[in-house]
Design a protein around this ligand. Sequence first.
Ligand code: GRG
Length: 302
Amino acid sequence: MESLELFLADCQHQVDTKLDQLLPSEADSPARLYQALRYSCLAPGKRIRPALTLATAAAFSGTMDSRRESECAIYPACAIELIHTYSLIHDDLPAMDDDDLRRGIPTCHKAFDEATAILAGDALQSFAFEILSQADLINVQSRLEMINTLAIASGARGMVAGQAIDLAAVGKVLTLEALEVMHLYKTGALIEASVVMGALAANQHDPEVLGHLRSFARSIGLAFQVQDDILDVESSTETLGKRQGSDLANNKPTYTSLLGLTGAKDKRDQLLNLATQALRNLPNTDTRRLQQLSEYIISRNK
Ligand code: GRG
C-alpha cells in the first residue's frame, strides 16, 4: 500500500482535476460568479472529506475492480467537497464568523463581495446534487441513497442545524454533552456522509456495515473538532498568533475551554480508540487506509 502522504496527494489531485472539469464553464455562468466558484473550490483545502470517501470505497474494492470503484467514488467525493466549500464561504460571511482569510487567501466575500459570496455558496450547494444525480457510472439506487444521505447531512437535520446551535451558543457556557451534539451536527454530519457515500459508491448497502461505518465516522468527526480546538490553543501560544477565524478568537465554547488542553488531548485519543473499535467490527474489509486517515486527523497540524 502506498504511503498516506502519497494517497492524500493523489486524492487532492483527483478532486482538483475533476472539480476543474465539472465546474460550470465561463460560457455557462456570469463572469463574476464563475470566478468566485473557481476561486473558492480550487483553493488549497486539505480534501479530508473526499479522501474519506475514496478510502471507504477502496476498503470494499475486493468486490469491485479498483479503477471502476475510484471512478465511481470521485463523484460523491467532489459533491461533499462542494458542500463543504459552500459551508466555509457562508460561515466566513460578516453575518456569521466574519473572517478575512480562508485557506491562506482572502475569503470569498473579501476577494469578491458579499452578494457574490452568498450566490457562490448557493450555487455550490445545488451543484453538489446535480453532480450526484448525473453520475451515471453509479447505479440508480446508490445514487439516490447518496443524494438522500448528503441532503440530510447538510440540511436542517445536519450541518445547518449545527451552525444554528453554534451561533446561538456564542458567549455561553455549554456542557460537554451540548458541545458534542453541536459538533456531531456541524462538522460530524458531513464527515459521516463522506464515509457512507464512499460505501455506497462501492455498492455496499448492508445496514449493519453502514452502521459500523457511521459509528466510526461519528468518532473521527468529533476527534477532528477536538483537534481543531487543540490547534487553536497551541497556535495562539506560538509566535504566529491565533488561527484565523478560530472559535477561541470568536468567544465560542470549545473542548479545550471545557476540558483543558490535556483533557482535550485525552478525549481526542479516546475518540480515536472508539473509531478503531468500530473499524474492527467490519469483517472482510481492508480498513487500513481508514485507520491511517483517523490517525492523520488527530495528529494534523493545520
Ligand atoms: C454556514 C450552513 C453553514 C455551515 C457552516 C462546517 C461549518 C458549518 C463551518 C466551518 C467553520 C469551522 C472553521 C469549523 C471548524 C472545523 C472545520 C470544519 C474546519 C474546516 O475544515 P477543514 O480543516 O478545511 O477540512 P479545509 O480548508 O482543509 O477544507
